[in-house]
Design a binder for this molecule. Structure first.
Ligand code: TRP
Length: 344
């Protein structure tokens, strides 16, 4: 390392604060749980965590807000039902932290039109909705950066689809720090250094996702019969005819889903049945369906109980808002001083 590099490295702040955002569009599904929430639940035991419902971000693509309240409350309830603990982590709504809007404004002066226009998520959304290519959509990564650094967080548990946004966040942070002084750590994706679990869809292709195919995604709001019906519809075939045949993708996916919710011994039995060609896919799917029901039903029940208790939800939001705002106010004091907006 050259002296200059060493100096640069020493200048980089590090942070063990965790921050992530959850969009309140659509219901939570199994992919969200194994891809993200399960990690949040682990992180809240070891780190200072801020988990946020990104209600403002949703305005960039969902200007009709008639269902917003309902969606925000559902996301809160479902995440808590999955184990996110509002006493351990700060769990709040983006719109309750007004300071984020202020930081977003300052960061907008450090974000260039050209780089924003090149963002993959921007291009995708602009293509999908050419009638609503608004400036909020263009500066989505700037608001996301503000969300993260308002708590001076460095660890951001997100999936691959958010890598580019984080890279942009690091650029904005570097520009801010370079211009106004070392205030912010650079945020990085963080998932316990483990590969993220991909939850395959039930149609044998792709992964479970919010909006794509309702039949291939298991939602925490699905009732028991819906879960059974979806699992039983999963694609299979006549079964292997040669011992120890390689598995087609769609069968492998059923086993992958089993690994998430079924007991090892049960999986092993079906694996052996597959290898000696005695497997009955109907039984395999019935097993998976029942294990899914066992996994999902208590979470659904808990989410319903929370949703029925509006007082609890409101108090939870207020508690989160108070804690998140306190952290944001501390950061903004530093920011205004650093920029020179402290006239008295
Ligand atoms: N853009 C993220 C998504 O689409 C949601 C989000 C908003 C976020 N603000 C954030 C994620 C801050 C991490 C950190 O999922």
């Amino acid at each position: 390392m050259t002296d200059q590099q060493t100096e640069k490295k020493q200048g980089v702040l590090s942070s063990n604060v965790v921050m992530s955002g959850i969009r309140p569009t659509g219901m939570l599904h199994l992919g969200n749980y194994f891809g993200a929430i399960r990690n949040y639940v682990r992180m809240q035991e070891q780190y200072e965590c801020y988990f946020m419902v990104a209600d403002l971000h949703s305005l960039t693509t969902h200007p009709d807000t008639s269902l917003l309240k309902e969606h925000v409350k559902r996301v809160l309830a479902e995440n808590i039902a999955c184990g996110l603990d509002p006493d351990k982590a700060t769990f709040y709504c983006q719109s309750h932290v007004r300071e984020t809007g202020e930081l977003y404004l300052y960061l907008n002066m450090l974000a260039y039109k050209g780089e924003l226009e090149k963002t993959v998520t921007f291009k995708d959304k602009a293509r999908l909705h050419p009638e609503n290519v608004n400036a909020g959509l263009l500066t989505y990564p700037v608001l996301q950066t503000a969300d993260i650094i308002i708590h001076r967080a460095g660890l951001v548990p997100v999936g691959k689809d958010q890598e580019q946004h984080l890279e942009m966040a690091r650029n904005f942070v570097q520009r801010f720090n370079h211009r106004y002084g070392q205030i912010f750590p650079e945020p990085h994706a963080f998932n316990f250094n483990e590969a993220l679990v991909k939850v395959p869809g039930l149609d044998g292709s792709g992964k479970m996702s919010k909006s794509e195919n309702n039949m291939s995604t298991l939602y925490f709001a699905d009732d028991d019969d819906t879960i059974r019906k979806k699992v039983m519809k999963a694609k299979t075939d006549a079964g292997p005819t040669e011992p120890n045949s390689p598995m087609p993708d769609y069968i492998e996916n059923i086993f992958l889903l089993m690994h998430l919710v079924s007991e090892e011994g049960v999986i092993k039995k079906y694996q052996e049945d597959y290898n000696n060609c005695s497997i009955r896919y109907g039984d395999l799917k019935k097993q998976l369906a029942e294990d899914m029901v066992k996994f999902i039903a208590p979470i659904r029940q808990k989410a319903d109980d929370i949703l029925a208790n509006d007082k609890y939800l409101v108090e939870t939001m207020q508690k989160g808002a108070a804690r998140a705002s306190e952290s944001a106010q501390k950061t903004m004091k530093l920011v205004r001083e650093a920029i020179g907006l402290n006239y008295f």
